[in-house]
Design a protein around this ligand. Structure first.
Ligand code: HEC
Length: 222
């Protein structure tokens, strides 16, 4: 039997109707459907370059840290950051406590071990940001600390965000120190001289790092 043009187009219309119906069903039931997997609504992240990192205080302030979203979903990121019970951060989330360390939530399925977080350590100056190192479980900051090893200790509902009560080992940075680092981010235009409190916190941090470096050097000599 030859298939006439009208039968072919009927079959095609049938297929379209089926796809539309499946799409509606998937949407209604919030199922992960193969039909929907390629839907254009999946957030697309642009390639992440150093140009995307900016003056920390121009990001959105949530409690004591700053957030952003590279996929246009700032509301979702703020909701996760403000949640009192914890929820996963949406794709595109950028989280920073200090100017030089960044966590970016990559596309779903990017890296199961880090729950799709990519870690960055930056060098920052008046000229902007340079990426010193980036990646997943292997990233080590300039003090020799592995980002993942610390952040994985956060209780699971916090999506690897440590804060000071989510189960991570504490770090010796006080809120006065991180606040002072935020307010003196060299990437920000029209920097103002640090307040006496910020200057004191930065001096204390400097002394702590110097003592740490001296301790490490002494240990290396042994
Ligand atoms: C020694 C453990 C340790 C290492 C190493 C470490 N962090 Fe953290 N990080 C913490 C803790 C603890 C906090 C929370 C501090 C606070 O809120 O007082 C934190 C805070 C943060 C925050 C703010 C959100 C949050 O989790 O509270 C970001 C973003 C972050 N770190 C990124 C990084 C990146 C990127 C690296 C590696 C380049 C890194 N960290 C290395 C322990 C660590």
């Amino acid at each position: 039997m030859r298939i006439g043009l009208s039968e072919a187009s009927r079959a095609l219309r049938g297929a379209h109707a089926w796809r539309a119906m499946a799409a509606r069903a998937c949407g209604a039931m919030l199922l992960v459907c193969p039909v929907m997997a390629a839907a254009p609504t999946a957030p697309e992240l642009p390639a992440i370059t150093e140009k995307m990192f900016r003056c920390i205080t121009q990001m959105t302030h949530v409690r004591h840290y700053y957030v952003d979203n590279l996929a246009g979903n700032l509301a979702g990121t703020v909701r996760a950051a403000e949640s009192t019970t914890g929820e996963p951060y949406p794709v595109g989330s950028v989280v920073q406590l200090v100017p030089t360390e960044v966590m970016v939530k990559r596309e779903k399925g990017f890296n199961a071990a880090t729950r799709d977080w990519e870690f960055f350590e930056l060098d920052v100056s008046a000229d902007g940001s340079k990426i010193r190192t980036r990646g997943f479980v292997e990233v080590v900051n300039r003090f020799g600390g592995n980002c993942f090893a610390c952040h994985i200790k956060a209780q699971s509902q916090w999506d690897m965000i440590c804060d000071n009560s989510h189960g991570c080992d504490t770090i010796p940075l006080t809120r006065a120190m991180t606040g002072a680092l935020q307010r003196t981010d060299p990437r920000c235009k029209n920097p103002v001289p640090p307040s006496p409190e910020d200057a004191a916190a930065l001096a204390q941090l400097g002394a702590m790092l110097k003592a740490g470096a001296a301790g490490a050097a002494a240990a290396a000599k042994k």
